[in-house]
Design a binder for this molecule. Sequence first.
Ligand SMILES: [Zn+2]
Ligand SMILES: [Zn+2]
Ligand SMILES: [Zn+2]
Length: 363
Amino acid sequence: MAVTKTLITILFISSKLSNEMEEKLNPQFSGNRELAEPNVQIITSGGLRISAHSHILVSASPVLESMIERPQKHRSSQRNIPIPGVPCDAVSAFLQFLYSSKCSEEQMEKYGIHLLALSHVYLVPQLKQRCATGLSGKLTMDNVLDVLQLARLCDAPDLYLKCMKFLFCNFKAVEQTEGWKFLQNHDPWLELEILQFIDEAEKRKKRTRRKKEEQNLYLQLSEAMDCLEHICTEGCTSVGPYDMDPSKNKGPCSKFSTCHGLQLLIKHFAACKKRVNGGCLRCKRMWQLLRLHSSICDQPDECRVPLCRQFKLKIQQNRQGDDSRWRLLVKKVVSAKTISSLSLPKRKREEEYRITRMRIYLE
Ligand SMILES: [Zn+2]
Ligand SMILES: [Zn+2]
Ligand SMILES: [Zn+2]
């Protein structure tokens, strides 16, 4: 019953489409009603015969073209083309696509795998693309291995990658399926391929995470540089320039967690008896921050950060200490600074400071 219904649908579609398509595909035949008659029989593995128009098949698939144009032993008006190996309804859906370039969601759901195979065998790239997209949206624990194998056989790289990513994200669950056990027993090469992909994806993920952490560190350093300038220029809460009245110190600023840490470090640096050469780690860190500031600072003459000019002078006198690792650090902090200033325009940052200050005055 279903088969008859499909046959009728196909015939209906072909007679409806043949006129317009004929004009498009074979302009020399337009208007010639006799050529609109079906002249090819598609024979499916279920024994179903579907009538079709050779010129439509020829224009849609180079493989069908060579089959149709191959010389026949017995001259007869109709050609038989077998399309075996897939369900009859999948062949119907395939033919419907050749006529209309369309394929319903329901057909994709039911015959997506078969249509992908047909589109590959008969070289119909638009259908192949449609199937790759359709199937990649319908991956499940139970079908992913079948789809992967087919994507590999049919040379559909996008779909192959989607399947691999799906496996990477759901491997614990897929490992429990019958499909995985079957694959382990029958296709160890594919098993190896999958495990290798998962391993590399894992490594890639780790690399990205490490890079992110590194970038975060440079961002923190760049933020510390902003705070250092801001403390030394305008003052913040309890720390400010020596010649500024402490009661006029601004703050707390928008980056107070960083700023406060830096203020504690500055206070320590000013009072510590051990100092850098005495081996104090906190002083050493402050020293490095001041040196880093100097390497970044582009206005040493007006700069109010302690030791800024002295460090610059030292670098000019002898390039000792200005080693390549240090230069790389400076470069990375500068680029982190650029990135953070791009994500939050300077004007807005200043606005934030001003708002904080105003609030304090109003209170
Ligand atoms: Zn501050
Ligand atoms: Zn110290
Ligand atoms: Zn400076």
